[in-house]
Design a protein around this ligand. Structure first.
Ligand SMILES: CC(C)(COP(=O)(O)OP(=O)(O)OC[C@H]1O[C@@H](n2cnc3c(N)ncnc32)[C@H](O)[C@@H]1OP(=O)(O)O)[C@@H](O)C(=O)NCCC(=O)NCCSC(=O)/C=C1/CC=CC=CO1
Length: 276
């Protein structure tokens, strides 16, 4: 079942919601409108039970070339607040956050409360890399190139890059990546930990889809809770997370899938999970 969006395509296959960034002529650069569509779609998917995992990919030869430079430059139809040529340099007191829907996408990628798997080929840079890093697992083919490219065009890292990057590649590598904006080839990305599964050219979608489909057949209430716990643990103390595990554990244990999982074990059969 395909649904209509202007800058995305969306369809559901085997309980996997497949979101494709669809501005291939601009290497899927994230415009204000694209970000708005993506954030709104993710919010909707949170409440659609038939979608049990999400796959994020890009149409054409790239995953995503980051924030739309037209927007960032202040020259496009809908410039970033405070960036029109007449205003430069922008007085410190008037600098506004570009956040808006660009940042909302990051929140929704986490808050959607379902695993989000990235299928990556070509460039994933700037905000595009940030979106990939917010995903649970990155399958990328050998054409992949990644960069925290922000400072290359004179802007600071954003869209949660400063949160996810050091957690994934470590503090020193994160500093090196944001300071140099260096573009890394697929093998190097794998070594840095930016790519989880490096696959042959053209195989990113099918390997990512297989993984997303496998997760969609698991006990989704428990999987989603497990995902939430790992995210929360990033900013909670041990005492807080133990408290939270206790509370969430009681809710999940009451799910139909928890009943099915435990019964199937005792009856020595394979569980059939319904995601409820
Ligand atoms: C290294 C590149 C990613 C790829 O280079 P190449 O393969 O040679 O392809 P190009 O010919 O450069 O690009 C093909 C066409 O796509 C257009 N395009 C590419 N990237 C963008 C972009 N980010 N915004 C708008 N358009 C883009 C390019 O102009 C070509 O179009 P035409 O054929 O019509 O000319 C290389 O493309 C590159 O370096 N791109 C820019 C990367 C970049 O600087 N991204 C922004 C980083 S900052 C960021 O992401 C930040 C924010 C900040 C604030 C709010 C929100 C979001 O993000």
């Amino acid at each position: 079942m395909a649904e209509d969006y202007k800058y995305l395509t969306f369809r559901i296959e085997d309980n996997v919601g497949i979101i494709t960034l669809n501005r291939p002529d601009k290497l899927n650069a994230v415009s204000w409108d694209l970000a708005e569509e993506l954030a709104a779609l993710l919010l909707k998917l949170r409440y659609r039970d038939e979608v049990r995992t999400i796959l994020l990919t890009g149409e054409g030869r790239a995953f995503c070339a980051g924030g739309d430079v037209d927007f960032l430059s202040g020259e496009g139809d809908r410039p970033m607040p405070g960036t029109s040529s007449a205003d430069r340099p922008i007085p410190r007191s008037q600098r506004k956050s570009p956040g808006g829907p660009f940042f909302e996408v990051m929140r929704q990628l986490v808050l959607v409360d379902k695993p989000v798997i990235a299928a990556i080929h070509g460039h994933a840079v700037g905000a595009g890399l940030a979106y990939a890093l917010a995903c649970d697992r990155r399958f990328a083919d050998s054409t992949t190139k990644m960069a925290a490219i922000f400072t290359n065009v004179g802007v600071a890292p954003d869209c949660g890059m400063s949160y996810f990057l050091p957690r994934i590649v470590g503090f020193s590598n994160a500093l090196m990546m944001v300071e140099t904006a260096k573009v890394f080839k697929a093998e190097e990305c794998k070594e840095l930990g930016l790519i989880d599964e490096l696959v042959p050219e053209g195989k990113d979608f099918e390997t990512a889809f297989e993984y997303a489909r496998m997760l969609a057949q698991r006990a989704s209430v428990a999987v989603d809770a497990a995902r939430r716990l790992i995210h929360m643990s990033q900013y909670m103390t041990l005492d807080e997370i133990l408290e939270f595990e206790g509370a969430i554990g009681v809710c999940v244990a009451g799910s139909a899938d928890a009943k099915e999982g435990t019964m199937a074990f005792m009856e020595k059969r394979k569980p059939v999970y319904r995601g409820v």
